[in-house]
Design a protein around this ligand. Sequence first.
Ligand code: CU
Ligand code: ZN
Length: 172
Amino acid sequence: MHIRLGILLGAIALVGLSACATSVSGPSASAELQARSGSSVSGRVSLVETSGGLRVEAQVAGLSPGEHGFHVHEVGDCSAPDASSAKGHFNPAGKAHGHHASSERHGGDMPNLVANAAGEARFSGVVSGLTLSGPNGVVGRSVVIHADPDDYKSQPAGNSGKRVACGVILAR
Ligand code: CU
Ligand code: ZN
């Protein structure tokens, strides 16, 4: 009897600890990037919920130097060789494509990634209007990186060209 109670209390203490650890950093998710459209892009995107939106951190290699469109797409399916299975930009508010700092934008519109001469890009920023779950939630959707820069105005997707990487966003 006493031993079983001890085990039960131990389990409660463990649950308490992990809940505490989660609340410090906020709920998070991540996406492993898969190369698409014949590219050799690799990398990882992590997403953490904050009060101002989603903190998005990306570390990517194998890009061509320069700017690359970077978005959350609607569907968490990267299976097509050209990532067309990820469908269009995540657009929960039914708005036009636009600049990430504008109010007229898709929820999934993010700043271009900028790759250095070695083809590596790092990004860290808070994207407003996105969450992990709920109507603006990105878990179960995808992140996509494009061959060309997003011009932040062409419809419906900023004329950013082929999809060179895609990763399904999974809670962790
Ligand atoms: Cu895109
Ligand atoms: Zn868009």
